[in-house]
Design a protein around this ligand. Structure first.
Ligand SMILES: [Zn+2]
Ligand SMILES: [Zn+2]
Length: 108
């Protein structure tokens, strides 16, 4: 059975990587897959330990791009935003600990 685009009904050339519905070239949104704050932190940590000079290279290469339907793209955009906030908060917390702990020790 040939798959058709869920939005316009023409022959599908690809499918959404999230909900798996068919998509034509026109309705496919090529985008980076969602990376959770935890995945990002793990990747950064592992790369920074092993090959710090390749950090930006590997981060860009690892995510790649996949296709999303318009609905899922919106969904991913929302989730991405909340993951970004989570990651920022964790980074801030970590920074506060790195700076705050020695300061506390010095004060006592
Ligand atoms: Zn279409
Ligand atoms: Zn979808």
């Amino acid at each position: 059975m040939a798959t058709t685009c869920a939005t316009c009904g023409t022959a599908a050339t690809t499918n959404c990587s999230l909900c798996r519905q068919g998509l034509c070239q026109e309705h496919a949104n090529r985008w980076h897959p969602l990376i959770t704050a935890r995945q990002l932190a793990t990747t950064i940590f592992n790369t920074a330990v092993k090959t710090p000079n390749l950090l930006s290279d590997i981060l860009l290469k690892e995510v790649g791009q996949v296709d999303y339907c318009p609905d899922c793209r919106e969904l991913i955009a929302e989730r991405r935003q909340s993951e970004q906030i989570k990651f920022l908060l964790c980074a801030l917390l970590l920074m506060a600990m790195v700076i705050g702990l020695p300061t506390l020790l010095l004060l006592h």
